[in-house]
Design a protein around this ligand. Structure first.
Ligand code: ATP
Length: 246
């Protein structure tokens, strides 16, 4: 469904991606793991049109989509839930959900919003509340629900569990499983490697702008290099993330 070949993406003169290739098959959950600064977010941005790779190609359903704009890609069926969620805090939950469907003009929108609120009852309860007043976990649910309202074929989730308490993290992973069961393909960037590999079919590990390991998720769960670097402790707690920003 998605095929990235040899992409190289730069921030000015800094080369963040040094020839990344990966594939996502229809119906799969594929995860990208790696330490801070490995290039995971840059990969997601290069797929979703927020950054344009200098070299290499991104193909979606057989079409070369390299360098297309995010709104064009949304119409083709690629929705991104960015790191940090980017919900519209001064709008209500309902208005955020409606924004998710802004480019659609079919008659199903109302029904789909009701359906999504059935899936996420807390959003229904808080439909008139300003999104900025929701808890971190609820904001993440809203961001995912909003992306689902664009009816994506491929959902890109960038660190959905970041900064959330373990119990909420478990809810987020349960939600990813449900999204997969409903037939949506998911590309998931996570620091929570163990949980990500448990929900995923296939995984890629990145380091300094390159893919260094890839394989079936269940194989990676037992790969000595992955265990040592990313799965060392069994705890499901989420460490606060070190911010590396320019
Ligand atoms: P994180 O978990 O910290 O988001 P990541 O694996 O997603 O890590 P990226 O954010 O893709 O990593 O960063 C890849 C590289 O690009 C890093 O060396 C980072 O410092 C650099 N980088 C990221 N954003 C920028 C930017 N806006 N300007 C310059 N360099 C950047």
């Amino acid at each position: 469904m998605l095929k990235i070949t040899g992409i190289e993406t730069f921030y000015g003169k800094i080369q963040a991606l040094k020839g990344v290739s990966l594939k996502v098959e229809q119906g799969q959950v594929v995860t990208i793991l790696g330490a801070n600064g490995a290039g995971k977010t840059t990969t997601m941005k290069s797929i979703s049109g927020l950054l344009k790779p200098k070299n290499g190609t991104v193909e979606f359903l057989g079409e070369d989509i390299t360098g297309m704009r995010p709104d064009q890609l949304l119409r083709k069926g690629i929705a991104l839930v960015p790191e940090g969620r980017a919900i519209l805090s001064s709008m209500t939950v309902m208005e955020n959900l409606e924004m998710g469907a802004y480019h659609r003009n079919d008659k199903e929108i109302k029904k789909d919003i009701e359906e999504v609120m059935g899936q996420f009852p807390i959003l229904k309860e808080r439909r008139e509340q300003l999104a900025g007043t929701l808890s971190g976990g609820q904001q993440q649910m809203l961001a995912i629900a909003r992306a689902l309202l664009s009816k994506p074929k491929l959902l890109l989730l960038d660190e959905p569990s970041m900064g959330l308490a373990p119990l909420i993290v478990a809810d987020i992973f349960k939600m990813i499983r449900e999204i997969k069961n409903a037939g949506t393909t998911v590309l998931l960037v996570e620091q929570n490697a163990r949980q990500a590999l448990k929900v995923a079919d296939y995984g890629y590990v990145m380091e300094t702008g390159k893919v260094i390991i890839s394989g079936e998720a269940k194989t990676l769960l037992e790969d000595a290099r992955v265990v040592e670097a990313y799965l060392g402790k069994k705890s499901t707690s989420v460490e606060p993330k070190e911010q590396v920003r320019y």
